[in-house]
Design a protein around this ligand. Structure first.
Ligand SMILES: *[C@@H]1O[C@H](CO)[C@@H](O)[C@H](O)[C@H]1NC(C)=O
Ligand SMILES: *[C@@H]1O[C@H](CO)[C@@H](O)[C@H](O)[C@H]1NC(C)=O
Length: 495
């Protein structure tokens, strides 16, 4: 009986600890700048080979990125005065004209007000509530069972006294038996006096901690509820200009950076994107954007395929000129990059405001049947050529393991990486926080977890790996960027 009870206690304590893993949304864990000094600076993006039979094969079939072709010529030089006037010339009726409340839901809300956060909180609240509801009776049960043990010990004590009386009468017969009873009695008494109360105290502490968290969540949810009372009704007119992609829109007079509707071909349902029409003469279509941690990027394959997040915000100027955090969707990215030669611009910013970029003249994503194989070429920029060369902090095979070019896309529920394929315990995406073209594993991790403040440590990471928004060749493994974005545009000579 005693063993059973102790076992039950142990199992229960472990269970209670496990159930505390929801608390990842604590807001009071900002990395302090002191972390800088203690941070281990070793590069962490790779998974070195174990001595033994493990082999690493970097060679995969990589279709070259699409190059050449003449989808666009250089832009006409006659300056068509960019501005609102030119936008209204286009009179093509847009399928989603009429404001953002009529827009399709596929890409998440257009003008988010924290509702996504609210949903996440509500989801957590439900699970934690269940845990606590289960925990309550179990603590009661535990108190009850320790009472039972008290009673048991009492009866043991009286039986002991009884035995001692018998013992006096019949010394020799009972000696051995008494010894055993005494031993047991001592053991159980000890358990009851020390182990049980302290275990109950631990559980009580766990319960209190969960209760505190629930209160915190409830407060946050209440605040979100207030904000979300009104459905999204920001006046956010869909621009009259639309096109195949952002370069097309620019050429049709849509020269303001904001949200637009695009339709790459006539078979595709039009959808919303953010166009950057000012950086390097514009024409950039935003396919990935991180800037404040408001959107969770630890998502499933299907979500990465379809896209998720918030395209744009209206900051009160009557049009949506501020991008949100989003992933455009692998199907869409693949389709657009396969229409012709495409370049990609990856811009990033640290928490001190410094900015760097990496640009590839060729960028192609294969379709889902090839698991969205990535192909890039033609690097320029000052952030470091991680996608093609891997992490420069690492050497030999360790570096090769962090090259992203030629990799398939992986999410935590679809493992296509190069780290012991087929071994479910060796999955980059599970450890590194987001969907990406993981090798074994990364030199760049733009879809990783968002750490406020930049520096973080392996103790803060869920799996001890560098799962932040990382670009190793700029800031190393243990610095999570403040902002990063990926933009694509048709490539043409003589811009
Ligand atoms: C972090 O360490 C680097 C390199 O030692 C130093 O340049 C930087 O100023 C430090 N940052 C902070 C916030 O302490
Ligand atoms: C690769 O990394 C492992 C562990 O990080 C290290 O022991 C090994 O020496 C590295 N190999 C090279 C060639 O740097």
């Amino acid at each position: 009986m005693k063993t059973l009870l102790l076992l039950y206690l142990c199992v229960f304590a472990v269970w209670a600890q496990d159930n505390l893993d929801y608390d990842d949304y604590d807001t009071d864990t900002k990395p302090s700048s002191a972390a800088n000094k203690t941070t281990t600076v070793d590069a962490r993006g790779h998974r070195p080979l174990n001595r033994g039979r493990e082999t690493y094969n970097p060679n995969r079939y990589t279709p070259p990125p699409i190059s050449g072709g003449n989808r666009y010529r250089g832009r006409p030089t006659q300056t068509q005065t960019p501005g609102r006037g030119s936008q209204t010339e286009e009179k093509v009726e847009q399928p989603e004209a009429g404001g953002c409340t009529h827009a399709s839901e596929e890409m998440g809300v257009l003008c988010p007000n924290g509702c996504e956060l609210k949903t996440a909180l509500l989801k957590q609240e439900r699970t934690i509530r269940t845990s606590v509801n289960e925990l309550g009776p179990q603590v009661d049960e535990l108190s009850r069972s320790s009472n039972n043990v008290y009673n048991y010990v009492h009866s043991m004590s009286s039986s002991l006294r009884e035995r001692q009386r018998v013992f006096n009468e019949n010394n020799n017969v009972v000696t051995r038996y008494t010894d055993r009873v005494e031993e047991q009695h001592a053991y159980i008494k000890d358990t009851v006096d020390t182990v049980f109360p302290s275990n109950i105290r631990v559980l009580q502490g766990v319960l209190d901690k969960i209760k505190q968290k629930i209160q915190k969540l409830e407060k946050a949810i209440q605040a979100q509820r207030e904000e979300c009372k009104e459905p999204c009704k920001t006046k956010c007119p869909i621009p009259v200009v639309s096109g195949k992609e952002c370069e097309d829109i620019y050429r049709r007079g849509g020269t303001d950076s904001q949200m637009y509707i695009i339709q790459p071909d006539s078979f595709t349902t039009p959808y919303k994107v953010f166009c950057d029409q000012s950086t390097q003469n514009g024409g950039w279509l935003l396919i990935q954007s991180r800037l404040d941690g408001s959107v969770d990027f630890g998502r499933r394959w299907d979500e990465y395929r379809r896209g998720f997040g918030n395209i744009a915000f209206d900051v009160g100027k009557g049009h949506c000129e501020t991008p949100g955090e989003y992933w455009l969707g692998n199907d869409r990215i693949s389709q657009i990059t396969k229409m012709g030669p495409t370049e990609v611009l990856i811009e990033m910013q640290d928490w001190a405001g410094d900015k760097v970029h990496a640009q590839y003249q060729q960028f192609t994503i294969q379709s889902e049947t090839s698991n969205y194989v990535l192909a890039v070429n033609g690097y320029s920029g000052n952030a470091g050529n991680g996608l093609l060369e891997g992490s420069l902090e690492l050497f030999g095979e360790n570096r090769t393991m962090t090259i992203h070019n030629g990799m398939m896309f992986s999410t935590y529920d679809r493992d296509n990486d190069n780290w012991n394929p087929g071994d479910p315990s060796k999955q980059c995406s599970r450890e590194d926080g987001g969907g990406w073209w993981y090798n074994r594993c990364h030199s760049a991790n733009p879809n990783g977890r968002y750490y406020i403040g930049g520096a973080y440590t392996k103790h803060m990471a869920k799996h001890g790996t560098d799962d932040g928004v990382v670009w190793m060749n700029w800031k190393g493994s243990w610095y999570s960027l403040k902002a990063i974005s990926m933009k694509i545009r048709p490539f043409f000579q003589s811009r």
